[in-house]
Ligand binder design. Structure first.
Ligand code: PMP
Length: 429
């Protein structure tokens, strides 16, 4: 079945896929199978997956407990859309109502993160009868019209002609060159000014509780609470995009719980289906009333996706993956700091959502190229690390939450060696 090999696949990608289809690595591996925290290429080489398909596979690849459920559902009832009554979708919505913070009790199901954000943004417009949005620089919310419009990473906004014109960006409170407090004050001042000037026309502010693609950015303590207060004063809703952070990754079930903030609308995707596409936006009974015309997502929480998601939620609880993410994250973060390499500029994040910002020691190589070198060498040693950040110089550690401490230790030993050899190479270049 997998007979053509990586070279031919790259050629076919170039011929038949749109050039926009992104990939990592100068020589991307061909992945043919997965098992929990491991991926395997066509030669049988094993990799420890430290990126989990961008925070998707929280319960691990081809987890037998989860795929058995999907398989069973496939053989009984695969799909009907919401036009008939089926049980899995309502059981899942009920379970989410238990798990979501505050009074977020009503959920709409879709398929992708972009689609769920698009729905959340549209709902905010319907409810507030206002049109504009505020977003943070460095945020990523998807590829559809509104979701891309509120995306604050230039490389993920295809073209300014394609985006909505009523979007106001505020600088994210993160600037390594100045103190956290000063950085937060600048963002909040910008937000206040935007609300003063345009609040009457702004429906919602959207943000990730911890930025993923923006480089694993956690805001200073108190930022989200203050943002929410300011928004409320101007009747502007808060939409939180938990597409990467949701379902235990950061050591809380939802990342907003770290800050004690309950948004008006909360969006999830990725990890809920552990590889089967499903996404959600959830809100209060009151806001949900604004979404009152018949609306269907053909595949949103179809029986296979909803049954799988129910099993994912059981699995996370049964194996205490939230606590596990927190503890392994603490361990990994501490160990990353103790590598103590001059190539590391910063280490940040929480739980199993950690970022290591790489800096170049001299002008012979850019930080982005150095990051690619490190990724490539870690791949050869059997570890697939992620990469993100506005300058593409942040190593991202977002493994399946079922990863073992021994995998982490082996990765750390390899990373220590790779960084030391890069330092030596740069020093003598
Ligand atoms: N929001 C966030 C925070 C994301 O990381 C992503 C995708 N990486 C999206 C939204 C878009 O999700 P999708 O690719 O499923 O449309």
């Amino acid at each position: 079945m997998y007979s053509i090999g990586p070279k031919k696949i790259l050629e076919k990608r170039q011929t038949f896929l749109m050039p926009a289809t992104a990939h990592f690595y100068r020589q991307p591996p061909q992945i043919v199978s997965g098992s929990m925290q491991y991926l395997y290429d066509q030669t049988g080489k094993q990799y420890v997956d430290f990126f989990a398909g961008v925070s998707v596979m929280n319960c691990g690849h081809s987890n037998p407990e989860i795929f058995a459920t999907a398989q069973k559902q496939l053989t009984s009832l695969q799909h009907t859309s919401t036009i008939y009554l089926t049980q899995p979708i309502v059981d899942l919505a009920e379970k989410l109502a238990e798990l979501l913070p505050g009074e977020l009790k009503k959920t709409f199901f879709c398929v992708t993160g972009s689609e769920a954000n698009e729905g959340a943004l549209s709902l905010a417009r319907l409810y507030t009868k206002k049109k504009g949005f505020i977003a943070l620089s460095g945020g990523l919310h998807g590829r559809t019209h509104l979701a891309m419009s509120v995306t604050g990473i230039p490389m993920w906004r295809l073209d300014d002609q394609l985006v909505d014109d009523q979007i106001y960006f505020v600088d994210r409170p993160h600037n390594l060159e100045i103190a956290e407090i000063a950085s937060m004050a600048t963002s909040l001042a910008q937000l206040e000014q935007t609300l003063e000037e345009h609040g009457e026309n702004i429906a919602a502010m959207i943000l990730e509780p911890i930025q993923g693609n923006g480089g694993i950015i956690r805001y200073p303590k108190g930022f989200l609470k203050r943002v929410h207060q300011l928004l409320k004063e101007h009747n502007v809703l808060l939409i939180v995009d938990e597409v990467q952070t949701g379902y235990g990754r950061t050591g809380k079930f939802f990342a907003v719980e770290h800050e004690g903030v309950t948004p008006d609308i909360l969006v999830t995707a990725k990890a809920l289906g552990n590889g089967i596409p499903i996404s959600t936006f959830s809100t209060t009974d009151q806001i949900a009333t604004a979404f009152n015309r018949p609306s269907a997502s053909t595949f949103g929480a179809n029986p296979v996706a909803a049954e799988t998601a129910l099993r994912v939620l059981d699995y996370i609880a049964k194996h205490d993956l939230v606590q596990r993410a927190y503890q392994l994250g603490q361990y990994l973060k501490g160990a990353l700091w103790s590598i103590n390499s001059p190539l590391i500029k910063d280490i940040r994040g929480i739980g199993l959502m950690l970022g290591v910002e790489i800096q170049a020691l001299n002008t012979k190589i850019s930080a982005a190229d150095l990051t690619d070198d490190i990724l490539e060498e870690m791949k050869v040693r059997g570890f697939l690390i992620g990469k993100n950040g506005l300058d593409r110089n942040v190593l991202a550690f977002q493994p399946p939450l079922v990863i073992e401490r021994e995998d982490i230790d082996q990765m750390l030993a390899a990373l220590t060696k790779v960084l030391a050899s890069k330092e030596a190479e740069l020093a003598c270049k």
